[in-house]
Write a protein that binds this ligand. Structure first.
Ligand SMILES: NC(=O)c1ccc[n+]([C@@H]2O[C@H](COP(=O)([O-])OP(=O)(O)OC[C@H]3O[C@@H](n4cnc5c(N)ncnc54)[C@H](OP(=O)(O)O)[C@@H]3O)[C@@H](O)[C@H]2O)c1
Length: 339
């Protein structure tokens, strides 16, 4: 396990010869905010940083506190906010169009905006399960829409990295993705807790699947799915109700003692972001690689239904199969474009 000292030393060695462009979806609070602040510190403000979220006031306060380059001549640096409610894919596509109009390349695309309510279970006005929209679909759309800009960074031999902070390493060969209930809107949606739990588990496997798809198609880019651990953020408290209310009291009393700060977590997330060169990475809360696979050339994944196996290679903690990747990507393209 790399300690804070080790990851901070590693992060401090990040010193790109170019002005990096970094987009943080969910950078207005929590792990994303911690990553924005640490990233800006390591480059002494010398970066184009785009924070995406809903809270403009929080973004303005964060941006005001970020270090600015001491050399007034530094070209291309800017710290800015792009508003977006990621629960609707139409909003995400509009925000992507805004970012494409501002930037010609993206070196780091980091997605932390999330959702974990066990009480508020809904289908969005676009017909998507809310949990999956907030935890998975929006990330699919960001990658799909902004990939050409990350490819542009790769073409310049610069860092080209995409990271989803969610729930990596949860895949198990005995728990295949349910391909009969894609989107969690096919089977009956009875019992809020059951539906929410199903979506939360699905979102991790779906994230593995989509990142495997993009990694197989883009061998020169690093795609990372990482688990942040338990972190003291607005997203930490659980909101069980009814019979589970006492469990909520207990968990919300205990969890803060087990949790780390968003700043501590952010150092490990950045360590993982900076050290992954290319391929698919599943990583734990410290940034340790749980499993990884680099592709030499673009690969079309096959029809295997073996869970935790990617293109014939066994991957610890990986929640999809090759056929699962194809089905989930087809499904995601269909439902996010239709909205
Ligand atoms: N914290 C933990 O212990 C923990 C544990 C396991 C996994 N995770 C996962 O790790 C990731 C990061 O965790 P976190 O605790 O930092 O996240 P979080 O508190 O759930 O999310 C905070 C960020 O998400 C943005 N956000 C929330 N709803 C949004 C919406 N509808 N549209 C746009 N942005 C929205 C917020 O921005 P605005 O308020 O500006 O909209 C804020 O920037 C999440 O995916 C979470 O599920 C966290």
């Amino acid at each position: 396990m790399p300690t804070q000292t080790v990851v901070k030393a590693s992060n401090a060695s990040f010193s790109p010869s170019y002005v990096p462009v970094a987009v943080f979806v969910g950078g207005t609070s929590g792990v994303g905010q911690g990553m924005v602040e640490a990233f800006a510190r390591y480059v002494q403000g010398r970066a184009r940083i785009i924070i995406v979220g809903r809270n403009e006031h929080a973004a303005a306060e964060i941006i005001a506190r970020l270090p600015k380059p001491s050399d007034a001549e530094t070209d291309g640096w800017k710290h800015e906010f792009v508003p977006c409610d990621v629960s609707l894919m139409a909003h995400v596509r509009a925000a992507c169009a805004e970012i494409r109009a501002k930037c010609e390349r993206i070196n780091f695309l980091v997605m932390t905006a999330g959702y974990s309510s066990m009480v508020n279970v809904a289908v969005t006005s676009e017909g998507l399960d809310l949990h999956l929209a907030m935890r998975y679909y929006h990330r699919f759309v960001w990658i799909q829409e902004l990939l050409p800009l990350v490819q542009a960074a790769q073409a310049r031999s610069e860092d080209a990295k995409i990271m989803s902070v969610l729930g990596a390493g949860r895949g198990n060969p005995k728990r295949p993705i349910d391909l009969e209930n894609l989107g969690n809107t096919v089977k009956p949606r009875e019992g809020r807790f059951t539906v929410a739990l199903r979506s939360m588990i699905m979102s991790s496997g779906y994230t593995d699947a989509m990142l495997a798809h993009f990694a197989a198609q883009n061998p020169g880019i690093a795609f990372t799915h990482i688990h942040p651990g338990i972190v003291r953020t607005n997203g930490l408290p659980v909101d069980f109700d009814g019979l589970l209310t006492p469990l909520r009291w207990i968990l919300n009393f205990i969890l803060p003692f087990l949790a780390v700060s968003q700043d501590e977590c952010a150092e490990h997330m950045l360590y993982a972001l900076f050290t992954g060169k290319r391929g698919l990475f599943l990583r734990d809360r410290y940034g340790n690689v749980v499993s990884e696979l680099a592709f030499e050339v673009p690969v079309e994944l096959g029809e295997s239904l073996e869970t935790s196996v990617l293109n014939g290679i066994s991957m610890t903690g990986y929640g999809a199969s090759d056929l699962g990747v194809r089905r989930i990507v087809e499904h995601s393209e269909a439902v996010t474009c239709a909205s």
